[in-house]
Design a protein around this ligand. Structure first.
Ligand SMILES: Nc1nc2c(ncn2[C@@H]2O[C@H](COP(=O)(O)OP(=O)(O)OP(=O)(O)O)[C@@H](O)[C@H]2O)c(=O)[nH]1
Ligand SMILES: [Mg+2]
Length: 309
């Protein structure tokens, strides 16, 4: 499990830790140039300017506190700083059995990985013994509900869908009614991809959100924003746009396997403090992990077999 995570982060690790290993060779003394280069590496890995500055401040604090002089000792210090930032966002999705059905609404821009993540999350929930129902709230394209049905078949769960062009809020209404009568534990609502800046489409999303709450008070219980990690700092703008409209309560960061910009996760945790529920590390059904800060940092800096990737 860990080696799979580690392998999937190889690009980010190369851009970040690969550069660090040159900086952090044992026996070298820490000087201002080392620290400047480190800050630059963080920014290049899309940790962001503000968060990188904050990390450097904290690191300088540890250097003084522990009287560190050798660059080899910077690794553990950096890990400590990153864990402090990431750990508050390590809040797994909790689905209380008293909330039935528990409704999860999935939102995000086009192609972020929403539908695929739904398939993977469903697989995990089914493995936990939960009965899941999927709502095909992306009614823009026929292919969208077909794609969701494929995931429904693979997980052997029911999918509520209507014709392309149907009102997405009506699909959600139907799905909730069906889930209530079937005693489903969880409903996951797929939605069409949309830019956070598109007024009309964001309004449609608000309508889905509102209808869910009308049909089932308290729903949706989770609004999960799916973000493609490869877009780097723009993720923060998307988050802001979606949060304004539908109160994002958790994040799923996809495609960490294909990007060198995985540092964005540190930026997101620092700037928003929002729960990072899951990370996507591949296209397969098993390629989704609950976010674990310690594993993530370990996978980023694990120097063992560094040359093997
Ligand atoms: N490598 C990799 N690919 C992923 C991951 N998650 C999703 N994908 C791929 O990204 C592409 C888009 O995924 P979808 O799930 O269709 O994205 P979407 O957000 O539903 O897209 P729209 O409905 O068109 O807005 C697909 O080819 C997925 O296989 C991931 O974690 N890693
Ligand atoms: Mg989709």
């Amino acid at each position: 499990m860990f080696s799979r995570l580690r392998a999937s982060l190889s690009r980010t690790r190369q851009s970040l830790a690969g550069g660090l290993s040159g900086l952090f060779g044992a026996g070298k003394k820490i000087d201002q140039q080392t620290l400047d280069e480190l800050e630059e590496l963080l920014i290049l890995a899309d940790v962001g300017v503000d968060t990188s500055m904050k990390i450097m401040d904290a690191l300088n604090g540890i250097i003084r506190r522990d009287r560190i002089t050798d660059t080899a000792e910077l690794y553990p210090a950096l890990e400590e700083v990153l864990l402090d930032i990431l750990q508050p966002s390590e809040v797994p999705l909790d689905i209380p059995s008293t909330t039935q059905p528990f409704v999860i609404m999935i939102v995000g821009v086009n192609g972020a990985g929403k539908t695929t993540s739904i398939g993977k999350i469903t697989c995990q929930l089914v493995q936990q013994g939960k009965s899941v129902l999927l709502a095909a709230g992306d009614t823009f394209r026929a292919a969208a509900s077909e794609q969701l049905k494929v995931w429904g078949d693979r997980n052997q769960v029911h999918v509520i869908a209507q014709q392309p062009g149907a009102d997405a809020a009506a699909v959600v209404h139907d799905a909730l009614e069906s889930a209530i009568s079937r005693n489903n534990d969880v409903v996951i609502i797929d939605t069409a991809g949309r830019q956070h800046t598109s007024g009309d489409l964001m309004q449609e999303l608000e309508k889905i959100y509102r209808i869910a709450g009308k049909k089932l008070p308290g729903a949706p219980h989770e609004v999960m924003l799916v973000l493609d990690a490869g877009i780097g700092q723009n993720a923060l703008h998307q988050l802001e746009g979606f949060d304004k409209r539908v109160n994002v309560s958790g994040l799923c960061l996809t495609k960490l396997d294909g990007t060198a910009k995985g540092g964005i996760i540190i930026s997101i945790a620092d700037r928003t403090g929002l729960p990072i529920r899951y990370i996507g590390i591949g296209e397969g059904i098993d390629d989704l992990r609950q976010f674990n800060a310690r594993d993530f940092v370990k996978a980023l800096f694990n120097q063992e077999n560094q040359d093997a990737d």
